[in-house]
Design a protein around this ligand. Structure first.
Ligand SMILES: NC(=O)c1ccc[n+]([C@@H]2O[C@H](COP(=O)([O-])OP(=O)(O)OC[C@H]3O[C@@H](n4cnc5c(N)ncnc54)[C@H](O)[C@@H]3O)[C@@H](O)[C@H]2O)c1
Length: 270
């Protein structure tokens, strides 16, 4: 059982969506929160909603130097606290099929969605191990369980987060440091509308597709997703699946490991 009360949450991407909702829930559960994001206006809104109770930190998770000083500062300031690191920051990319996806955009996304998680874990894990306590929570996606057409970079990064987290789970067995991967289905946040649109794409069409996707697929309120994550952390759940869509897709992949891609292509009418 991971204790939430009195622990120190470090939440990346806390300026919007799931990260913002999780900040508010963690505070309500009696935790302290360091809310980190690249977007200062979003962070200010989170702090306002938290009645000033979260500590704000501007951090770009794709910047290795910023991550090093972020971790050094926090560890120096809070040497004995039980840290719950939630690697949540993430971005979307509207780039069409892989052949249309510029490699620079692929790399941009990997640097945030995968290497951000790896670098932050590298920066904090030695301290957690030294203390022999704490919890690392890595936000993957249902797209990290099933390969999703027109999302080559996003699915690659999210499968990477899952694989990386599974390795940590095995390596940290026998220690008191807990590890969880989170696989949300569609959550009502800003992720779709804030996606980068690749230069290969028609901007108007991409925006229309995103708006439709947001309406049809992103249904669960972020606060509900945050509740499920908090419950999962409390139980030390190894895998936290969020939503009936995520659970259904997880089953489809397991039942049809060799052909689930055909089902997905049909559902998405490709
Ligand atoms: N919303 C969904 O349906 C859904 C589904 C599965 C997984 N996820 C994952 O959940 C996580 C949270 O996404 P969300 O849906 O709340 O989206 P969101 O866009 O509402 O929030 C993402 C936050 O990450 C921040 N961010 C982006 N780049 C950053 C960087 N380089 N450094 C620091 N912060 C950065 C943004 O400023 C934003 O505040 C992401 O990892 C996302 O991939 C979301």
């Amino acid at each position: 059982m991971s204790e939430i009360n009195n622990s120190l949450f470090i939440i990346t991407g806390a300026g919007s969506g799931i990260g913002q909702a999780l900040t508010l829930k963690a505070i309500a559960e009696g935790a302290r929160v360091i809310a980190a994001d690249i977007n200062e206006a979003g962070l200010d809104e989170t702090i306002r909603q938290a009645n000033g109770k979260a500590e704000k930190y501007i951090l770009d998770v794709s910047n290795p130097e910023q991550i090093k000083s972020f971790a050094a500062n926090i560890i120096q300031k809070h040497p004995d606290e039980t840290i719950i690191l939630v690697n949540n920051a993430g971005v979307g990319l509207a780039s069409g099929n892989f052949t249309e996806t510029p490699l620079e955009d692929f790399e941009w996304l990997m640097n945030i969605n995968l290497y951000g998680v790896v670098r932050l874990t590298k920066a904090f894990l030695p301290h957690l191990l030294q203390q022999n306590k704490g919890h690392i929570v890595n936000v993957s996606s249902v797209y990290g369980l099933a390969g999703m057409p027109t999302n080559s970079a996003y699915s690659t990064a999210k499968f990477g987060v899952k694989g990386f987290t599974d390795v940590l789970k095995a390596e940290l067995l026998g220690t008191n440091v807990k590890v969880s991967s989170v696989h949300p289905g569609g959550i009502k946040t800003n992720i779709a509308r804030n996606s980068r649109i690749s230069a290969t794409q028609n901007v108007e069409l991409a925006k229309k597709t995103m708006a439709k996707f947001e309406k049809v697929a992103l249904k669960m309120p972020a606060s509900e997703a945050a509740d499920i994550i908090i419950k999962g952390i409390k139980k030390d759940a190894s895998r936290i699946l969020i939503g009936s869509d995520a659970k259904a897709l997880d089953w489809i992949v397991r039942i049809f490991p060799n052909s689930y891609h055909k089902i997905i292509a049909k559902v998405f009418k490709l």
